[in-house]
Ligand binder design. Structure first.
Ligand code: H2U
Ligand code: ZN
Length: 351
């Protein structure tokens, strides 16, 4: 019997941020693939689309009109999942029937007035403006006594349920801390109490020595494939400084964040030469007024594509019923992404 290695044999990896385990089956990545590898369909779009509800001057649901904005634009979601005025209430019918009212504020953020763009096609200084808007919105919501957690996210691509290709993201803020950040909060606290340092700070230090999962590094941030990645090309952007929220970013850090967000998403687009779909977002400390020295600012990217512009990873069967599973290892995924150019394929001169 040969020696166990994570390159060759099925194994489980721990996600220390959530406490979940994932199954990795590297031997299966060697099996032949007979599915189609189709040519990318053109995703060229006009700079202005008359029917787009996010373009400047256009009508939204309920008869509201967007202003003739330039750059970024923020509005309260016309179909907010959370409302500011739902009445407080609790249903407690023993262990089996529990419900609580939840309040919050949902916003939509247009990243640009240009309908044709996406983050990897935007200039760093324009992405920086998106980060400034996130920071302003975050600070305003954090100051609202009703809001105790702020989820900033971006759904990109129809495959991720994004309703409109106009570059945009969302913020859902709520009175309680939702499930995923609550798990991360508990694990980061446990780690901080044991070691006196942040979980992700120590993780980042170790990864910067190992270097086999690092994709992009700049002065203030690192983009990497986490050891415990579930999605084939899942990545994280982690701040080098252990800060709790984007409200604490310095001017230089905001520009660095714009730079690494652009470089990572360019690599994503270059992987299959397609506008790469993902759900991405920050995980930040709650905004309930308490201190969370254990919390380390980071961004997750969860992209579903596996093998080509349309062959996606399905989280079904075993994943739904037992545990997430992947074939290609985090290290192989990192190698592929690392080897890709940081120049967008549409801008490469030899194309
Ligand atoms: P996606 O990021 O998943 O595409 O969602 C866009 C949001 O825009 C969605 O939450 C909102 C939807 O409720 N929306 C409006 O607020 N006004 C509109 O006129 C259409 C869509
Ligand atoms: Zn538009």
């Amino acid at each position: 019997m040969s020696k166990f290695s994570i390159e060759d044999y099925p194994h489980k990896r721990l996600n220390p941020l959530t406490g979940d385990w994932i199954l990795v089956s590297p031997h299966r990545a060697k099996r032949p693939w007979q599915g189609q590898v189709e040519k990318t369909v053109s995703d060229e779009r006009p700079k202005y689309e008359p029917t787009c509800y996010l373009c400047a001057g256009n009508e939204r649901a309920g008869g509201k009109y967007n202003p003739q904005y330039k750059g970024t634009f923020v509005f309260t979601n016309d179909f907010s999942a959370l409302l500011t005025d739902s009445p407080a209430g609790l249903i407690d019918e023993g262990d089996l029937f529990q419900a609580k009212s939840e309040t919050g504020i949902c916003k939509v953020i247009c990243f640009s007035d240009d309908h044709s763009l996406t983050i990897p096609e935007m200039a760093v200084e324009d992405i920086r403006k998106v980060i400034d808007v996130w920071c302003d919105e975050f600070k305003e919501l954090a100051g609202n006594p009703m809001i105790n957690y702020i989820q900033i996210f971006e759904n990109k691509g129809a495959i991720m349920g994004c309703s409109n290709p106009h570059p945009h993201g969302q913020i859902w803020s709520s009175s309680s801390v939702p499930t995923e950040p609550a798990k991360e909060l508990a694990k980061q606290k446990e780690y901080f109490e044991k070691h006196g340092t942040t979980l992700l700070g120590d993780y980042l230090k170790a990864e910067l020595v190992k270097r086999d999962r690092i994709l992009v590094e700049n002065e203030h941030f690192v983009a990497l494939v986490p050891y415990w990645a579930v999605w084939p090309f899942e990545t994280m952007i982690i701040s080098k400084r252990p800060i709790q929220t984007i409200a604490l970013l310095t001017d230089a850090e905001k520009t660095s964040l714009a730079d690494i967000y652009q470089k990572l998403t360019i690599k994503y687009d270059n992987l299959f030469e397609v506008s790469f779909a993902y759900s991405a977002g920050f995980h930040q400390a709650p905004t309930d007024g308490n201190d969370y020295p254990e919390w380390h600012l980071h961004m997750h990217f969860y992209p579903p594509l596996l093998r080509s512009a349309s062959v996606k990873k399905f989280m079904v069967g075993y994943e739904m019923l037992a545990s997430p599973q992947r074939d290609i290892t985090a290290e192989q995924a990192a190698q592929r992404l690392r080897d890709l150019s940081e120049v967008h394929y549409k801008k490469q001169t030899n194309k």
